[in-house]
Write a protein that binds this ligand. Sequence first.
Ligand SMILES: Cc1cc2nc3c(=O)[nH]c(=O)nc-3n(C[C@H](O)[C@H](O)[C@H](O)COP(=O)(O)OP(=O)(O)OC[C@H]3O[C@@H](n4cnc5c(N)ncnc54)[C@H](O)[C@@H]3O)c2cc1C
Length: 375
Amino acid sequence: MTSDFRSSFESVALAAREHAAQTDKNASFPTATIEAARKASLLGLLSSKDVGGLGGTLRDAADLIELVARECGSSAMVLTMHFSGTVVIEAHGDLATRRDIAAGKHLSTLAFSEGGSRSHFWAPVSTAKKDGNNVTLDAEKSWITSAGHATAFVWSSKPTAGSEASTLWLVPNKTTGLSIDRPFDGLGLRGNDSAPVRARGVKIPAAHRLGDDGAGFGIMMGTVLPTFSVLIASGALGLAESLVQKTAEHASGQKYAHLQAANALADLPTIRAYVARMRIQVDMAKALWNDAITALATGRADAGLRVLEVKAAAADTAAQVADTAMRVCGGMAFRKDVGVERMFRDTRASLVMAPTSDQLYDFIGKAVCGMPLFG
Ligand SMILES: Cc1cc2nc3c(=O)[nH]c(=O)nc-3n(C[C@H](O)[C@H](O)[C@H](O)COP(=O)(O)OP(=O)(O)OC[C@H]3O[C@@H](n4cnc5c(N)ncnc54)[C@H](O)[C@@H]3O)c2cc1C
């Protein structure tokens, strides 16, 4: 990592490490990590210096998320969704909200997924109706990370007029008429406070629109997807990196007392080959991750393809590496002792977070075959 912010990233990762097991056990929000990020001004990492932020790059955010995910997947997810919302607000939000994010007073997230269109987040079925200077929202949002802790949601709906796919809004968490369910009792990322949120006749000022009416799809693809895709990949690769390290430590430390020649797990060639394959898989995915970030930073022609590839590759890598870690660490991995099973569960989320891995393979296949991605 070459980031200027390295020591503050490490302070956040340390807070994540201290609370990771409890966050998972109790499915509690990783408050200590988010507070450490706030104290280090890192909630404003992607906010412009003009509004008091750190003016960091996507690579900086990717490094932070990768480091934090090595310790706590839930913390990494909450920060990923905060930065994914932040980039929309930076581009289309009002000055006061941008300043609040930069000052660490505003936690953001995305409210895209809906019960109706499920993982096809680009096609909301929820509505927004003009009502004088207000807009009335009705929606069944199926999953929102940090639902009970976010200051406001970056929210999608059908446009108020026209046939475009969507419009985006800034919807404060405390808005009357919003009902936020209890968080899911999830398999993994148990502390990320993901919950369904319903809107019944919810009124917000029309000025809370983010971008033009009908411009949501373009913002989702042009602004959200590059950040979200790279940062979800960063979280998956942080988990994968930690799994390689934990597996190697376990294999080197565990002994067979009755054997002379092969007295540690790592003395078995089969075990070493598993560890080697894990290392290669993570290094390959990290090379693609680095290249995707470079492609975006330099405006390379293949940046769009890399954005699709990086999430699919990192999610599959993390899931496969976690499977191998469970196998190599044997019965101890089945228990909580080596911390592998928590990460095994945490790796499952990036496969099904939209765009899901299967959708990405379809999109990438279409792109490679010269077909339109949608329609
Ligand atoms: C931990 C967690 C946190 C989340 N946080 C947020 C959040 O903050 N904001 C938000 O908006 N959403 C969030 N989501 C929702 C997420 O992005 C997906 O929308 C959700 O996981 C989809 O679940 P589903 O059961 O509705 O998927 P379904 O649409 O029912 O998909 C089921 C399966 O069908 C496959 N499939 C669907 N369509 C296609 C296709 N066209 N081609 C090939 N295969 C396809 C999928 O890959 C998947 O394997 C979160 C999800 C998780 C697990």
